[in-house]
Design a protein around this ligand. Structure first.
Ligand SMILES: NC(=O)c1ccc[n+]([C@@H]2O[C@H](COP(=O)([O-])OP(=O)(O)OC[C@H]3O[C@@H](n4cnc5c(N)ncnc54)[C@H](OP(=O)(O)O)[C@@H]3O)[C@@H](O)[C@H]2O)c1
Length: 331
């Protein structure tokens, strides 16, 4: 485990020279994304942050941005509105960023929630939590890769379930569309494995960029309630049983933000970034080298070697081809 003391010591070294100069937060309007934005701004470093979110979050996010300005006048936080569950909107937002920036140092992705409900699709015909937790994330990465490649220590951090992969992915129905295939457990397995295999493929193809698939542990953000009808029995059970448990065992907000800032900036993962004197992180190929890192809530690397090598061998190609087919109209 990387102790909280070590995390704070590393983050204390973030300054104008080591901070990501341009950071894009997709999902920074709530939860872990928002906590990480706060931690980054609180370093006092000169940063420009694109804070992307949907219209319904604009008012409260503008208040949040005012608070951030008071904490660090050198941080420029730019509210960028868009329906981040949609691929067409993702493309539009990326075009806007590309027209203004020549580099992106950090892309931080946290959109999504656990699908406790029945299957619901976006206007583009994709199950909503798969769009948020996988497809739009990959599209953001693919669009912004040229800008990431122009940075000195570029990082992509996706928060979901790195290291928790399971091998039983249904390669004939990756979008869980066939009757009986959709459910919270299957969705969890599919979306986690799809993230890891695709991030690993992107890491192999783009060795100049460091990728992290983070598993955040429990953080009491209200994430489990998202998507549930507030008057339903499930919502009531979550409120009665699950949320008190999460509240009891979760990380404090502050620590979660600091831990994700560490993952976003430290040379522990891949060698680029804020200097790190501890053990070098082990990538998903089992090597102390750059690439994709599966990082758990203790900030340990958890390569999950047996499962990930099975996925690499049997699933990566199919998942990649299928993903590109879905994303092609928006690339
Ligand atoms: N929190 C945990 O304990 C935990 C544990 C394991 C995994 N995870 C996963 O880690 C990721 C980050 O978790 P979190 O707790 O930070 O999540 P969160 O607080 O619920 O925030 C997720 C982000 O997703 C956005 N979002 C949710 N539904 C959306 C929709 N229909 N359309 C557009 N945007 C939507 C939210 O935007 P708004 O602000 O506009 O609502 C927010 O910016 C999630 O994928 C979550 O499933 C979380």
């Amino acid at each position: 485990m990387v102790s909280y003391k070590e995390i704070k010591a590393s983050n204390a070294l973030i300054n104008d020279a080591t901070a990501p100069r341009v950071a894009v937060f997709v999902g920074g309007t709530s939860g872990i994304g928002k906590l990480t934005v706060s931690a980054l701004v609180a370093t006092g470093a000169s940063v420009r942050i694109y804070l992307i979110g949907r219209k319904s979050s604009e008012e409260r996010t503008r208040d949040f941005i005012q608070e951030l300005r008071a904490i660090n006048p050198k941080a420029e936080v730019i509210w960028t509105e868009g329906e981040i569950g949609l691929l067409s909107e993702t493309k539009r937002i990326c075009s806007a960023i590309k027209s203004k920036e020549s580099r992106v140092d950090l892309l931080f992705l946290t959109t999504g929630y656990a699908p406790f409900t029945t299957r619901r699709e976006t206007a583009e015909g994709i199950e909503i939590t798969q769009s948020l937790g996988y497809y739009t994330r990959v599209l953001f990465i693919q669009h912004l890769l040229p800008l990431l490649a122009a940075a000195e220590a570029p990082k992509v951090v996706g928060v979901l379930s790195g290291g928790m992969e399971r091998a039983n992915v249904n390669l004939d129905d990756l979008d869980l569309k066939k009757p009986g295939n959709f459910g919270i457990v299957k969705a969890h397995i599919h979306y986690g494995a799809m993230n890891t295999t695709t991030l690993e493929k992107l890491a192999i193809d783009n060795p100049n960029v460091t990728f992290i698939h983070s598993c955040p542990g429990w953080v009491n953000t209200g994430n489990v309630r998202r998507g549930l009808d507030s008057n339903s029995i499930k919502a009531w059970l979550v409120w009665l049983l699950l949320e008190p448990l999460i509240a009891l065992f979760s990380f404090a907000d502050e620590e979660s933000g600091q831990r994700h800032l560490f993952q976003s900036t430290s040379a522990a993962f891949g060698g680029r970034g804020v200097p790190w004197k501890g053990k070098p992180g082990i990538n998903s190929l089992g090597k102390p080298a750059d690439g994709l890192f599966l990082v758990n809530y203790k900030c340990d690397c958890t390569p999950n070697a047996k499962v990930v090598s099975l996925l690499r061998e049997k699933a990566m190609g199919k998942i990649w081809d299928h993903t590109q087919e879905v994303l092609r109209p928006y690339l």
